[in-house]
Write a protein that binds this ligand. Structure first.
Ligand code: ZN
Length: 309
């Protein structure tokens, strides 16, 4: 059995215009813009990364701002909520802060003993802030008007909306995750990680959502493995289990394999290495357009066609 899959690595979604996306995630949520690059499979589209100060695994929310894509709405068989970890006692601050930015709060509730605030981003994508323990050591981005005592540290977790939670639950058990709580329609799976980020996945039985994929939809959720060897072990294991993982793709900051889990959600398994300082220093992450070597020869054309942020 390969070693356990340790937490969420990143989450990738589709956005509308890049400028609005950038403003929301850096100015409203206060995340660091950690990488300005392009979709490697579609290099005239940005791939924008946001995270905590060090862009540690478990903190990167990333977007493809596809031009002209339709407005999306939640679907069964998708990741439907991204939850961010904030320090204990900071929800009151966030309520005021979101209000100031005219972000509507959909609900404030206590679920599985967590205090959490649900709201949507500019594209209608559902986000949550969850008060979390054990995240004090994670260095937040020093954002304007968001004190360190409230700043987002990374992911708390995510919610998958499923027709039937059973087989996805089995897969998470294979990953080494444990069922830690349940309600009538939700199973919570958790795992310990080195930084207490991305430790929680809620499997929500939500059949019959018949939305459409588009702006504000989550494209895939990526889980962490430390290195290439563990990734290859998992690739083999997944094949034995009857899944069809892709060959390993070089994403510059990590290596990836993708497969569809039994509930239809696109899963990725990504390596922690080499990380986001692979092609620029920590101090200046996100400040220049970075291209993988195979797209460098088209840099002039790419830069001309990409909109300003
Ligand atoms: Zn990915």
């Amino acid at each position: 059995m390969p070693s356990p899959i340790k937490g969420i690595h990143h989450i990738t979604a589709v956005s509308g215009p890049p400028k609005e996306n950038y403003d929301f995630y850096t100015k409203v949520l206060g995340l660091r813009f950690t990488k300005k690059t392009v979709n490697f499979d579609d290099p005239f589209t940005y791939h924008l990364y946001y995270g905590n100060y060090e862009a540690t695994p478990g903190s990167s929310i990333t977007f493809f701002p596809w031009q002209g894509v339709v407005q999306g709405s939640p679907n069964t068989g998708e990741t439907t909520v991204t939850a961010y970890a904030v320090p204990k006692g900071s929800i009151e601050f966030w309520k005021g802060h979101l209000k100031k930015h005219e972000v509507e709060i959909l609900s404030e509730e206590s679920v599985f003993d967590d205090t959490r605030l649900l709201f949507k981003d500019v594209e209608g994508m559902k986000n949550e802030l969850v008060e979390s323990d054990g995240i004090d050591k994670v260095k937040p981005n020093p954002a304007d008007r968001i004190d360190e005592s409230a700043a987002i540290r990374g992911f708390y977790g995510a919610t998958l909306s499923l027709n039937d939670t059973g087989r996805t639950a089995e897969l998470l058990s294979e990953f080494g995750w444990k069922k830690s709580a349940e309600t009538e329609d939700t199973l919570r799976y958790t795992i310990d990680t080195d930084n207490n980020l991305g430790t929680t996945v809620d499997l929500e039985q939500e059949p019959g959502l018949s939305g459409r994929f588009g702006r504000g939809s989550i494209h895939h959720i990526a889980f962490r493995v430390p290195d290439d060897e563990t990734q290859l072990d998992w690739r083999e294991k997944l094949q034995e289990m009857g899944f069809q993982p892709t060959p390993v793709q070089n994403r510059m900051y990590f290596r990836s394999i993708y497969f569809r889990e039994p509930g239809g959600v696109l899963f990725e398994i990504a390596t922690d290495i080499p990380g986001f300082t692979h092609d620029e220093p920590l101090e200046s992450l996100g400040s220049e357009l970075k291209l993988p070597p195979w797209h460098e020869k088209h840099r002039d054309e790419i830069e001309r066609k990409l909109p300003d942020l």
